[in-house]
Design a protein. Sequence first.
Lengths: 356, 134
Amino acid sequence: MYVAVKGGERAIDNAHALLAEERRGDPAVPELSVAQIREQMTLAVNRVMAEGSLYDPDLAALAIKQARGDLIEAIFLIRAYRTTLPRLGHSNPVDTGAMAAVRRVSATYKDLPGGQVLGPTFDYTHRLIDFALAAEGEAPRAPQAEPLGPVPRVTGFLDREGLIEAEPDSDATPRDLTREPMELPADRALRLQALTRGDEGFILSLAYSSQRGYGRTHPFVGELRIGEVAVEMEIPELGFAVEIGEITVTECETVNQFTGSKTKAPQFTRGYGLVFGQSERKAISMSLVDRALRWEELGEDNTGAPVQDAEFVLMHADNIQATGFLEHIKLPHYVDFQSELELVRRLRAGAQEAAE
Amino acid sequence: MGLLARARPNRLAAVFPDMPDSTLLRGPETGAVMVRGRQGGTGAPFNLGEVTITRCSVQLPCGTVGHAHVQGRDKAHARRAAVLDALLQTQDAEALTRAVLSPLAAEETARRETRARKAAATKVEFFTMVRGDD
């Protein structure tokens, strides 16, 4: 039961003033600009855009500043902001095959057309704190080489030989969980939408659980690519599609163990991840969870693993829903608690009487 | 139009500083466009997330109408792009292509090429190790 209370207004105002002061920190230290956050905390900005489900680096950087670096709070600010925006339409599906890739690796083929391109990765770094970064230095410069040719899709090679399940193309309008509440059973399109905006830590842990045996996936990263894709939209006034922007995305395609039957020869199966920004841990996790959730359509056993339970995964992946419900319990519940207190006192008195 | 949508607002303002008179027909208004992806990269569509877009439609005194949809929330940028879209349908098109579109296109090409060259420098060259027992 909720009971309205009044008062505390001055305390709240002063708490907000204290928050603002603490956010600024020591005034002797220069203030962070939004552009600095956007340019130098890029992966935090990317995470806020992915889970805030709104691609706008300047806005995400501002939200991070306002939230004092609390990324879930920043995501909350972005989600709240996006509800104030009118929906102007939807884009054509982005063509990730035409991506201007800055990173592209495959764990399944050593020599593949287009090559293994490491890009700006933490892989193969020694994970030793670099004290040189504590001092201001000159801006580093990366070496250059002759640009590479096109980078064809790895799953395309397998598909041509019929070794991987076909991905049926369609132009069906996908369900949108931002326009109507999510209902189960959720088809794959709705699941992918929920996963791409889901909490990175939650999706990572689920993916990890599936690797450790709670739901069998046995994935290989067929391909992981990061780069820019064009966003095109049909403009009614013009009657054709124009490019309205460009976004950075991370795509992961996993190749998983076989499905097949008496009438159908065995084939590899697919898991898919696509996330705003450079977010490869999330994209890989998403593709594993996507694959695990496809157990039913692929005729696999439900082993009761959490990652196979669509309701469990989809209803708990959103960190704003989670934090909203979790954090509300710290807000005033005095009346509820009073009644519980009274009840426990009565029970204890009863128990004492019975003992005597 | 894509070029104008992708250009950084301050760059577009720098190469096209003086805007002629125009009447606003719509906006400029900021909204969200739902970006779609495809399952498996090539399959059925799904909703990936939204992107902020600002749109604007203008009319020049001569009657020509221009439209713009630009990425982000910069209203001046959307209006500038819409005016340019209209002007590019008039006799000024050739001069504006030279003065505005060409430099923007050249900058964008150079930026993309530099990025592609830096990525290319991180391409792995594998050497097959000779096994001792062969």
